[in-house]
Design a protein around this ligand. Structure first.
Ligand code: GP9
Ligand code: MN
Length: 416
């Protein structure tokens, strides 16, 4: 009957971060272009591989006056991989601990970012050149109230324009920008790239750097496909400028999840010049880059706030001047002075500015040394499990049905 919602709602209300008064609504009415960068981890940014730069364009953005680059930002996905990242970003809730919420709860009621933007006059869409039913997207997108899904049928894949899992990122982003020209504005487009996906295969002509030389072909090729994706993003920016879409948009780009699993620890240790990859290292390797690029802002900087994908919904909506104080969401605005340095992973691990909790060990964040006692981590362990539980309760009970997002009130059936 929804009565579980009372407790969850109280928790959310009492832990809400305020907005950043200076930034709230500063970019009202702009288009939002969100780009999910497949399997992109943060360790390649501003780094080299055998003397070669891996992400020249993204590196430039980290220094750019119009870009907020978050270098302490984490994915929070589970088995649902890309689809989990989509779920988290749209709903500011966690995916599930088992399976993919896109499959198991694709018919729930949600108050997604798309839904909120739709209520504020936006045309909302997802662009991804894959079969529409992959990850049950066609069904879930209806529940997320996404107006249109530009799936593989919206793209023309010419000779030599597909590799690995499907359409190459360069033509994909080029055609996506073309499609945007005809969209009613303001629009919210979420693009999902694909080329930098395991097993990281490329055609010869798309290889811009050499392979790495570890015992892992996967890691060796990863640098090349990342380099290719960087090129695709660069061309995409150029095209948005040429098409006149650039100045009136906010471009948010983030890695969806890790690309290199723990099966490649030996090779990763070699690359990172470490003796071994500890659970502490593995946790920090879940960092993915986040870029919030705001043409004309002039206030870009490197942000070291500890944060995660769950924070994107409130952050983006607030920049556009859309309130979320009545929404059932678990993340917090990254620009809020009250945003806390605390990110929870789906499996219960977490990172703060002082601690890393992984493998049931509490590590000192700075030194990577295990602490003698679990004590300093305990309050966070408890909160992590409560927040994950709250998220699961909302999803498993389909509790949004009992919530009136317009008023922030629980419906009668839930209060009784
Ligand atoms: C498939 C793409 C990749 O459409 O999103 O999915 P992943 O395997 O990364 O979850
Ligand atoms: Mn993915």
């Amino acid at each position: 009957d929804g009565s579980e919602l009372v407790e969850v709602n109280n928790y959310i209300r009492s832990n809400q971060a305020t907005v950043n008064a200076e930034m709230f609504g500063k970019y009202k009415g702009r288009n939002v272009i969100a780009v999910s960068l497949e399997s992109l981890q943060n360790f390649v940014i501003n780094n080299e591989m055998n003397g070669e730069v891996i992400t020249p364009f993204l590196n430039e953005l980290t220094q750019d006056k119009d870009t907020y680059y978050f270098n302490n930002f984490y994915h929070q996905t589970g088995l649902g991989k890309t689809s989990d990242s989509e779920f988290i970003v749209e709903n500011s809730l966690f995916g599930l601990g088992r399976g993919a919420v896109f499959f198991t709860h694709g018919g729930n009621k949600y108050n997604s970012m798309a839904n909120s933007l739709s209520n504020n006059g936006y045309f909302t869409n997802v662009m991804h050149a894959n079969n529409k039913s992959f990850w049950n997207r066609d069904m879930m997108y209806k529940s997320l109230n996404i107006d249109k899904f530009y799936d593989v049928n919206s793209y023309e894949i010419g000779e030599g324009e597909a590799v690995n899992w499907g359409m190459k990122d360069i033509p994909f982003m080029e055609q996506s920008a073309d499609l945007m020209k005809d969209m009613p504005q303001p629009f919210y487009s979420r693009l999902i790239t694909l080329t930098n996906h395991h097993p990281f295969r490329l055609d010869e002509e798309d290889k811009m750097i050499e392979e790495y030389n570890s015992n892992s072909g996967t890691l060796n090729r990863y640098f090349q496909t990342v380099r290719y994706m960087d090129e695709a993003v660069k061309k995409f920016f150029d095209q948005l400028k040429a098409d006149g879409l650039y100045d009136n948009s906010i471009i948010v780009m983030y890695g969806d999840h890790y690309g290199i699993s723990e099966n490649h620890n030996k090779a990763m240790a070699m690359y990172l010049d470490k003796e071994e990859i500890t659970p502490y290292d593995s946790a920090l390797l879940q960092q993915v880059p986040l870029f919030i690029h705001i043409p004309g802002s002039g206030e870009g900087q490197v942000m070291d706030e500890v944060a995660g994908q769950i924070d994107l919904r409130p952050t983006i909506l607030h920049l556009l001047g859309i309130e979320t104080s009545k929404d059932l969401q678990l993340g917090a605005d990254l620009f809020s002075p009250e945003h806390e340095d605390f990110v929870i992973f789906r499996d219960g691990r977490f990172v703060t500015d002082k601690y890393v909790y992984a493998g049931e060990v509490c590590y000192d964040r700075e030194s990577g040394e295990p602490l003698d006692s679990i004590e300093p981590c305990q309050p966070y362990i408890d909160r992590a499990s409560l927040e994950l539980k709250n998220s699961d309760t909302i999803i498993n009970g389909d509790l949004m049905r009992f919530y009136d997002e317009k008023t922030g009130n629980l419906k009668q059936s839930a209060v009784k």
